[in-house]
Design a protein around this ligand. Sequence first.
Ligand SMILES: C[S@@+](CC[C@H](N)C(=O)[O-])C[C@H]1O[C@@H](n2cnc3c(N)ncnc32)[C@H](O)[C@@H]1O
Length: 239
Amino acid sequence: MSQPDIYDSSYVRELFEEMSASYRLTNLISSFGFSKIWRDQCVFQAGIQPEATVYELMSGNGDSFSALINKLNAKGEIIAVDFCRRMCEQAKARKDKLAAERVTVLEQDILTNQLPSESADVVISVFGLKTFSDAQKKILAEQIHRILKPGGTFSLLEISMPPNRFLRCLYMFYLRRVIPLIGWIMLGNPNNYRMLGIYTEQFQDCRKTAQIFTVAGLQSKTRLHFFGCATSLVGQKCS
Ligand SMILES: C[S@@+](CC[C@H](N)C(=O)[O-])C[C@H]1O[C@@H](n2cnc3c(N)ncnc32)[C@H](O)[C@@H]1O
């Protein structure tokens, strides 16, 4: 039987549709709370001004909304984009719970999105890079460049392979074996959670993505979080 293309949009969408019910709790427990710390760091380093229009790409169930809302005043706006229907439903429920009127949740594939050009002051994304192939990352970079206003900033963070060999082995064991088990306990499909380890191993860290972004005209710096268990890409559209 032929292997599925794990970067194919329908494959990725189906994966997250299936994981959506168990994702939030599994993510929080399996990361020992680091997922929240990293989300907050990703938002913090984006340099968000109170009146900014912020696009959150691959926004999932809206777990970054609170951190983003805290940075904005009544004129600030959040546009969350994700192509998974169930994740978007949860994000809308989150928006209602937070009574956040200036949050809009859009169900769109970011690679073929309808977002207006030069409309974003800031683009952020947390844990949203690993399911893109290099060719798709190039399209993503071009789209971020198109969407951002000149001088607009971006902050993207992803789970990564730490440079230390010992820590890397331990972390991979955890991603490959322990997280699927936690996913199963949370009533999710362990095979789906196993895929997160496979994507992370392929992704490595944000350095290659930084090169792709530079070619697209986005200047950026990479940063390690907790010894490289996550890395981020922070930068600006210069022209
Ligand atoms: C690992 S989840 C991260 C969710 C959220 N950002 C968080 O902090 O937990 C990745 C999300 O990216 C979305 N996604 C993946 N590829 C996408 C694409 N091409 N367009 C829009 N959303 C996409 C998935 O549906 C999923 O909700």
